[in-house]
Design a protein around this ligand. Structure first.
Ligand SMILES: [Zn+2]
Length: 668
């Protein structure tokens, strides 16, 4: 997901705001001499020195319900031309999502008097100003129009929305001291440390909270959630450093998480502490929003994570199943992604492109470990783990885009594969490095177990790779593929270079299910969906209210017959159906899920094709699908007489906190 475990579509709806008129009133056109100075400065490319005094930034979220954040920034300056910049490449987003287009109302001033500025002609994130002699502080005001992660009752601040700092200096070298204003009575959750209260948590406040000075790099990595209905719960109290989950919700009762969920998240903290044999933070805050308005999110940070789910996302076991790996995934990123970072994904400024070629480790291994730790913690059970692994493996195995595009290319092209339309997406491939990585690291884990008679596992590798240096603060230590191979070889000698090359760099028409099979299970297809698939879809193998015919007809359709994707080279593709078409009738009956299901069952084992009446744009035509293998839904089936490593992998390593009996029931 942003990291995003799950891709999000960012809203870019333009807002017409009175505040824009205010900005226009202050805007001053550059003079010819200023433009010349800018060009001269550009040619010189002298690296500016890092400021010694911290930038002061006050983030004002008091108008968050009106979708406006404000910032007052005081920057230490010296005489001469100065280039200020806002972040472009956001860590964890794997693409240039800095909200430059949403930043408005920009005014630079000295002693209360506005001065001229000019945007850079090439880098639209840069502002050029000229500081007169004798001036040591430049004030900047800016607003950001915020269309996601806010509601009337809550707000999330990822600092790239308001940050402004000198360009061309490594962001780890720029000191900054943040302060925060929130609406009266709203609670605050963050890993930032309050200036006057070095302990945690940050006291809830309706007034301004001043935080301890940090760096631009760390501030960008330290989001804030705030809301009217706010709860903070300590987790696994016996473990140091301290862990909390901070929750805001739109409805008052939702932020008071169920005791069962709190026990499971405490178990997650214990399991991760053992599995990764280290911590790379001074404190950790899970930040969780529960809202149907503020939108979904999963974005990792070193000392916290920004998690957004629906209003009832953790309200009962049924809802929780869909979100069961979110907290474990984003938490794992504190080690895998934040502390250990691919050498080419880390850049010393947010202006440089973050390259994705190792995302099958950053995201793929995290996808594997997030699901494993969720199972060990009780956030889902072992059967649910297997059911969801089956769904994921089948999806990959039935992605024909793998015929032309290797997994590594989905990682290199990550920044152009996020979001997008589902239309023919199976032929394009998406950000498959998440799920492909999960299968790859399961393969490696079970291979190590097989090679060592279950005496060693990926756990041993993680203690070396992620536990490097023991407990540290929020640092970044980069790695490359050679280091992975070396650390894997230290666990058990094998041709790991070939293992990775074969699975990542080469075109593989089939998904890597070796890990499932070495784990004692096989991927098969039944004529009824698994219990977990029924829970996730709220019915018999249905997705989005439609019927899941992906592994039979090769169709994804909504409940009203609208086709949103067709599996390339599948039966419906051969029948010339296309995304966007709408099925009006099936075998002489008006379309319904049941009518289509009856037709699939009726065609099983005979030669009679399924007859459809289909609307394409404003035309209506008959189509026939020649398919006779019945309904098919993916499940994992035990291979008798083989070691069940998959069950060993998902067993808790610590004594689980007993989750209190829950009143809610998942569906049967
Ligand atoms: Zn992730």
């Amino acid at each position: 997901m942003p990291c995003v475990r799950r891709p999000l579509l960012r809203l870019t709806t333009p807002y017409c705001l009175a505040i824009a008129a205010l900005a226009a009133a202050f805007a001053i056109a550059p003079t010819a001499s200023q433009a010349q100075k800018h060009d001269a400065k550009h040619a010189e490319k002298t690296a500016p020195a890092a400021p010694k005094t911290p930038i002061q930034i006050v983030a004002d979220l008091s108008e968050a319900p009106r979708k406006l954040y404000h910032a007052e920034v005081d920057l230490p300056v010296t005489e001469g031309p100065l280039t200020l910049i806002t972040p472009e490449w956001i860590p964890g987003n794997h693409r240039p999502t800095g909200p430059a287009e949403d930043i408005t109302g920009v005014v630079f001033s000295i002693d209360g008097k506005a001065i001229a500025w000019r945007r850079d002609d090439e880098n639209l994130y840069e502002f050029h100003v000229t500081i007169p002699k004798g001036v040591s502080t430049l004030h900047a005001h800016l607003d950001c129009i915020v269309t996601a992660r806010v509601s009337q009752k809550m707000a999330v601040l990822e600092w790239e929305k308001l940050l402004l700092y000198p360009a061309g200096i490594p962001v780890k070298d720029i000191p900054i001291q943040p302060s925060l204003k929130v609406p009266a009575g709203w609670g605050v959750g963050t890993a930032l440390q309050a200036e006057d209260a070095p302990g945690y948590p940050v006291p809830a406040a309706g007034s301004t909270t001043k935080f301890a000075a940090t760096t631009v790099e760390q501030l960008e990595d330290s989001p804030i959630i705030t809301g009217q209905y706010f709860h903070e719960f300590p987790l696994a109290p016996e473990i140091t450093p301290k862990h909390y989950i901070d929750v805001v919700s739109d409805a008052p009762e939702d932020s008071n998480l169920r005791p069962a969920v709190l026990a499971e998240v405490s178990n997650l903290v214990r399991e991760a502490s053992v599995e990764y044999a280290s911590h790379h933070y001074r404190v950790y805050h899970f930040l969780l929003t529960l809202s149907d308005i503020a939108g979904g999110e999963g974005l990792e940070h070193g000392q916290s994570s920004d998690n957004g789910v629906g209003e009832k996302g953790f309200a009962d076991d049924g809802h929780q199943l869909a979100e069961s790996d979110l907290l474990a995934h984003e938490f794992t990123h504190s080690w895998n992604g934040k502390y250990r970072r691919p050498y080419n994904l880390y850049q010393d400024t947010f202006a440089k492109m973050q390259e994705g070629s190792l995302l099958w480790v950053y995201e793929g291994m995290t996808q594997y470990l997030g699901n494993v730790l969720a199972a060990r913690s009780g956030l889902k059970n072992q059967e649910q783990y297997r059911d969801m692994l089956a769904l994921s493996a089948a999806e990959l195995d039935y992605t024909p885009g793998r015929d032309w595009r290797p997994t590594e290319d989905t990682a290199i092209a990550a920044s152009i594969l996020r979001g997008g339309s589902p239309v023919w997406s199976n032929w394009k491939r998406g950000q498959d490095y998440y799920q492909e990585g999960e299968l790859l690291w399961l393969d490696a884990d079970t291979l190590i177990r097989k090679q060592t008679n279950n005496q060693k596992s990926l756990d041993d590798f993680l203690k070396v790779f992620l536990g490097l240096g023991g407990d540290t603060g929020p640092e970044i230590v980069t790695y490359n593929r050679e280091e992975l191979i070396k650390d894997l070889n230290a666990v058990t000698p094998y041709d790991w270079a070939k293992f990775l090359h074969d699975r990542v760099d080469l075109i593989n028409p089939r998904a890597d299910v070796a890990g499932i099979e070495q784990g004692g299970y096989r991927l098969v297809y039944h004529d009824k969906p698994s219990k977990s698939e029924r829970t996730l879809s709220g019915g018999g193998g249905r997705r989005r209210g439609g019927l899941d015919c992906w592994y039979s007809l090769g169709l994804r359709i909504s409940g009203d017959g609208q086709i949103y994707d067709v599996r390339w080279n599948g039966p419906s593709d051969k029948a010339q159906l296309a995304p966007g078409y709408k099925i009006l009738a099936v075998n002489g009956h008006v379309f319904s899920n049941e009518a289509l299901q009856d037709a699939i069952r009726g065609a099983k084992g005979n030669t009679e094709p399924i007859k459809l009446i289909v609307q394409a744009d404003s035309f209506v035509s008959p189509f026939t699908i020649d398919y006779h293998d019945g309904e098919r839904y993916p499940v994992l089936e035990r291979i008798d007489g083989t070691p069940a490593y998959l069950d060993d992998i998902t067993k808790p390593r610590t004594t689980p906190e007993k989750a209190p009996a829950d009143k809610t029931k998942d569906d049967e």
